[in-house]
Structures are given as structure tokens and as C-alpha cells.
Write a protein that binds this ligand. Structure first.
Ligand SMILES: Cc1cc2nc3c(=O)[nH]c(=O)nc-3n(C[C@H](O)[C@H](O)[C@H](O)COP(=O)(O)O)c2cc1C
Length: 368
């Protein structure tokens, strides 16, 4: 191990430029800078219980030397389940198999994080979110104030179960158009009480969820995956995202993973998140702004990494602390080990065919 240099905020960096060296997040020493972004297999049973096939995949990623593995999203309460096959952390009965999963990861030196989520308007059939909101063939009702309070408690209960199940940390899912991102977005959130209107009000749910989760976790890291932009023309922007990121950093979040895409998204608006210095990273430009707003808080960046050169460049340039990927680990659970042995890039071409199996079979790469 190279000599440790102490960096800002208690974050200890071993040879800042070396992607294969350990990195400290709060008191958790992760073995390298690689992060598996949360990826649901949509293959759990009707009670949200994971199975041995799913566990095997996590074991392979840990054996393959991925440092920080974010488990696919887990619903915090049954009324927040976002799709069939989603795994849950809403009831104690789900804990034993999750414990088996975390044990399998730990056995091979990896760290494992529970991503906790509530689907909001995506939960069917009782669709509900910040305010009345519809898309194509459905319409969601607005949550009452009491329901919002019980959801916040639900996040805390889920965080407690995550600790019982042996997870090393919790990541709050604040991206991709689920409940927290629905509240943040003025495209979805039209409330006129303390949960809507100004950005201060729209971010209240996230901040209260953070406090609730932090209260249950003791010294374990609390992380956030957040949108840098929802890519709608009237919703959550990078300017708002940087303000929210700064607020949650000030509260003490241990890592922010920068992502993007939410309700009302338009493919033609995605270009605004790019940066010509990192052409293959879809949110490279927005990441610079979040970084500026949140340093020294540790950051992860997802969406676009395929080659080692870009991965190393973003670590060396201090654009991000962790390199996060999803689809490459579906194709190659052993990716990190292969890169360490000299490979230059993943064989994943991010074609999205893996999504085609959603809810039909365990996620797998469909490429030859
Ligand atoms: C099959 C599949 C399942 C996913 N499930 C989740 C999830 O549970 N939680 C989440 O935050 N993102 C989820 N994502 C998004 C990924 O974490 C990631 O943000 C996105 O795929 C971009 O990264 P990539 O280009 O490395 O694949 C999923 C993506 C795929 C392809």
C-alpha cells in the first residue's frame, strides 16, 4: 500500500491517482475506487426476498475485486415497491437472505451498501406522490402530510434493518424519478404546503429522510444517489441540484453519487450534462458543478465509464473519488480484477439489452 496522505474532511487518500488503491469513506476503508452502481435484478420473489442466484452474482462481483457494491434498490415499505421482482427491506422476514448476501460479499473483501427507495407515483396500483401527477395512462394522487411523515419513519426502519442484515452503509435513492426525486422536481411537485413550492421546501423530504437514516446508523456511512438534472424542460436543473448537494453535504452525507434522469425527461436535453474533456461520460459537465458545490465530500460518478483511461483520468483530475458502473458489471462481474491484470476496457457496449430481461429472468448480458 502506498503512503497515505490526509486529504480534506477526514478523507484519507492513498496515492491519490491510483484507482486500485484503498479509499476511506467515513471509517470504512474500501479496497479500491471502483463502485458498482445499484442495479436491480428484478428477480426477487413476491415478498421481496432475494434468492441464491442473485446472491451468487454479488459474490462474483466481490470475488472480482469490486470495492464498493451498491445493492439494487430495496423498497422501504410495501406501498413503495416500484416494480415486480424488486427486493424489499420493509419487513424482518427479508433480513435473513439479505444477510446471506452481505456475508457472501464480505467473505471476498468487498463492502456492500443497501440502496433504499420508495417508488412514489411509480408504485402501482395505489399511485401516490407529492401532488396529483399523470403520465399517459395513469394518474397518481397526492400524499397527505401524515403519509409523508410515516414514509420518513419507513426510511429509518429500513435503515435499521439494513444494519441488522449486515450492510456496511445505506444509500438513499434520490435519483431517476422515484419519490425523493419526485419531491425535488417542480415538474412533479406542485404542493403548496411545506413540502412543495420553493427549493427549500422541495428538498425538505430528502433532508428529513437523511436525518432519520443518520439517527439509525450510528457511525456507518450514509450515501445519496442524486440527479444532477432530470432532463425535463420544467423540472430539476443542475443549478438546483448543486444547491441541494451543498445542503446535504453540509449535513454530513458521506458520499454523493451523481446521476441523472427523472420524470418528464427528454432525450434531446441530455447533451447539456456533458463535458468535452470527458466525452464518454454522460454527466461529466454536471459533475464538475456538483464537485465545486460539495468538496470535500466524497463523490461517485456514474453513466458512461467503459475504459480505464477515462476512469484514471477522472480520479487524477479529482473530478470524482469513485468510479461507478452498472451495466459493465452485469456483463463482467469480474471486471475490476481484469482491469487490474492489464485489460484496458470493459467488453460491455452499454447496448441496454440487459434491461430487456427485466422481470423475466435474472439480469444477464445478452451479447455474445
Ligand atoms: C438492469 C438495470 C437495473 C438498474 N437498477 C437500478 C437500481 O436499482 N437503482 C439505481 O439507482 N439505478 C439502477 N440502474 C441504473 C444504474 O445504476 C446506472 O445509473 C445506469 O445504468 C448508468 O450506468 P452504466 O452506464 O454504467 O450502466 C439500473 C440499470 C440497469 C441497466
Amino acid at each position: 500500500m502506498s503512503e497515505a496522505t490526509l486529504k480534506k474532511g477526514g478523507v484519507c487518500i492513498y496515492d491519490m491517482s491510483d484507482i486500485f488503491e484503498p479509499y476511506m469513506i467515513r471509517d470504512m476503508l474500501v479496497r479500491n475506487r471502483f463502485m458498482r452502481s445499484a442495479t436491480t435484478s428484478a428477480f426477487s420473489d413476491e415478498n421481496g426476498i432475494v434468492n441464491d442466484t442473485i446472491i451468487k452474482h454479488y459474490e462474483k462481483m466481490s470475488k472480482g475485486e469490486c470495492g464498493l457494491i451498491i445493492k439494487g434498490h430495496l423498497y422501504i415499505m410495501d406501498s413503495g415497491k416500484a416494480h415486480d421482482g424488486m427486493a424489499g427491506i420493509s419487513k424482518d422476514v427479508q433480513i435473513p437472505m439479505l444477510k446471506k448476501l452481505t456475508d457472501a460479499v464480505h467473505e471476498h473483501g468487498g463492502h456492500i451498501v443497501a440502496q433504499i427507495n420508495h417508488g412514489g407515483v411509480v408504485h402501482s396500483p395505489d399511485r401516490a406522490g407529492p401532488s396529483v401527477y399523470g403520465e399517459d395512462d395513469w394518474i397518481a394522487r397526492a400524499f397527505s402530510g401524515d403519509e409523508i411523515e410515516s414514509i420518513i419513519e419507513g426510511y429509518g426502519d429500513a435503515a435499521e434493518r439494513a444494519m441488522q442484515a449486515g450492510f456496511d452503509a445505506v444509500q438513499i435513492h434520490g435519483a431517476h424519478g422515484y419519490l425523493i426525486s419526485q419531491f425535488l422536481s417542480k415538474h412533479v411537485n406542485k404542493r403548496e404546503d411545506k413540502w412543495g413550492g420553493s427549493l427549500e421546501n422541495r428538498m425538505r423530504l430528502l433532508l428529513e429522510v437523511y436525518d432519520e437514516v443518520r439517527g439509525k446508523l450510528g457511525n456507518a456511512p450514509v450515501m445519496l444517489k442524486m440527479n444532477s438534472d432530470d432532463f425535463s424542460d420544467d423540472g430539476f436543473t443542475i443549478e438546483e441540484s448543486a444547491i441541494v448537494a451543498k445542503a446535504i453535504a453540509a449535513k454530513g452525507i458521506d458520499l454523493i453519487e451523481v446521476s441523472g434522469g427523472g420524470r418528464g425527461r427528454r432525450a434531446d436535453l441530455r447533451e447539456r450534462a456533458k463535458n468535452s474533456d470527458y466525452p464518454d461520460l454522460d454527466f461529466g459537465g454536471h459533475a464538475v458543478k456538483i464537485r465545486e458545490a460539495t468538496e470535500p465530500t466524497p463523490m461517485g460518478l456514474v453513466h458512461g465509464y467503459t475504459n480505464l483511461e477515462t476512469m484514471e483520468k477522472t480520479i487524477e483530475a479529482d473530478l470524482t473519488d469513485m468510479v461507478s458502473m452498472s451495466r459493465p458489471f452485469i456483463r463482467e462481474p469480474g471486471l475490476v480484477k481484469r482491469l487490474k491484470a492489464g485489460a484496458k476496457e470493459t467488453t460491455c457496449i452499454r447496448c441496454d439489452a440487459c434491461r430487456a430481461n427485466f422481470g423475466v429472468a435474472m439480469m444477464q448480458c445478452l451479447l455474445e
